[in-house]
Design a protein around this ligand. Structure first.
Ligand code: SF4
Length: 325
């Protein structure tokens, strides 16, 4: 069956089978233009030509107790990154104003660490209440493992969405992290969902996982009913256990992005961290699959800059989405 035919069926409600998802990842380079064209029909159906901009504020950096092998902020990392405690309420508010100025629909505040302390939660809550009084920008927070009570506090303060990535498949997860479990991550997602928060949950491709692991992650996210999937392309960081991993080919990264779209057709899918480094000249093709990007950099690495992102979007005929009220 052609990719075009498959996507027509997906748009009529048929779900992609696991073998078909694997076939996306195994497809050849000559098939890519046809596959991209087909996946674009799905992206267009749900998001038109809109691109959602997300802006990250790394609100607390480094010195994490956990040992996620890919992460430059982990306990086992010797990466030369900034280390600082949680920013002040005023700094978080200033970050939100900057995100609004940049035309973002989502302001994503992230802290390093296993789980938020009471003080960190209080700072988030105070900042969110004040930000919500002055702007309609959507608030996403990535605080680590969360209980239901903590999720409720964040929701009541004005958080719209929680980010908590699964990173990879259940099978591969113990190869990249042993200080907490896959189930602990899933429980956090369920706690946040139970309190009415939208769920942003994705992962990384290129950590050394198999193609089947990528498919498994896409289907786990589908089962969890997440709203948003950030697909990060692993960009190895100096000083981490995975520093020597060879980045995956740009087309393999795009095939992974396409697979996440076809398994989760209506999700807010983001070409996330590693976009510039891994996709390079093919970044524009990601816009035909994903409907959102981070602009103005990531947690510990810079991006290519907001104005370059705007040019990329405009040159390809897409448009920056406005905040929905
Ligand atoms: S819990 Fe988060 S900040 Fe800590 S090492 Fe893992 S990915 Fe990095």
């Amino acid at each position: 069956m052609s990719w075009q035919k498959r996507t027509e069926e997906i748009l009529q409600g048929r779900e992609l089978a696991r073998e078909e998802a694997l076939a996306v990842l195994q497809s050849g380079n000559q098939e890519w233009p046809e596959l991209l064209q087909a996946v674009f029909q799905v992206r267009k159906q749900f998001y038109g030509m809109d691109v959602n901009l997300h802006v990250i504020n790394n609100a607390k950096s480094g010195a994490c107790s956990e040992n996620c092998a890919f992460c430059s902020q982990s306990a086992v990392s010797e990466s030369p990154i900034a280390h600082y405690k949680i920013k002040t309420v005023e700094e978080l508010i200033a970050g939100a104003r900057e995100a609004v100025r940049l035309g973002a629909v989502k302001y994503c505040t992230v802290i390093s660490g296993r789980a938020p302390s009471e003080k960190e939660l209080d700072i988030f809550c105070e900042a969110f209440q004040l930000i919500k009084q002055e702007t309609k920008i959507h608030l996403c927070v990535s605080p680590g493992l969360l209980t239901r009570d903590q999720a409720r506090q964040l929701k009541q303060a004005g958080a719209d969405r929680i980010n908590h990535n699964l990173e990879t498949s259940r099978r591969f997860f113990p190869s990249i992290c042993t200080t907490h479990t896959y189930d602990a991550r899933i429980e956090t997602i369920q706690n946040a969902k139970a309190e009415g928060l939208e769920i942003c949950c994705g992962g990384l491709v290129g950590l050394g996982e198999t193609l089947e692991d990528r498919v498994e992650l896409a289907f786990t996210l589908k089962e969890l009913g997440v709203h948003s999937i950030p697909v990060n392309f692993f960009n190895p960081r100096e000083g981490t256990p995975l520093a020597k991993i060879q980045p995956i080919a740009a087309l393999d990264a795009l095939r992974a992005l396409a697979m996440f779209r076809l398994v989760n057709p209506s999700c807010d899918i983001r070409a996330a961290g590693g976009r510039e480094a891994n996709l390079r000249g093919l970044q524009v093709q990601a816009l035909y699959i994903a409907n959102s990007i981070f602009t103005q950099g990531y947690l510990t690495t810079p991006g290519q800059g907001h104005s370059v992102d705007l040019t990329l979007i405009a040159d390809a005929g897409f448009r920056v989405a406005a905040i929905e009220s």
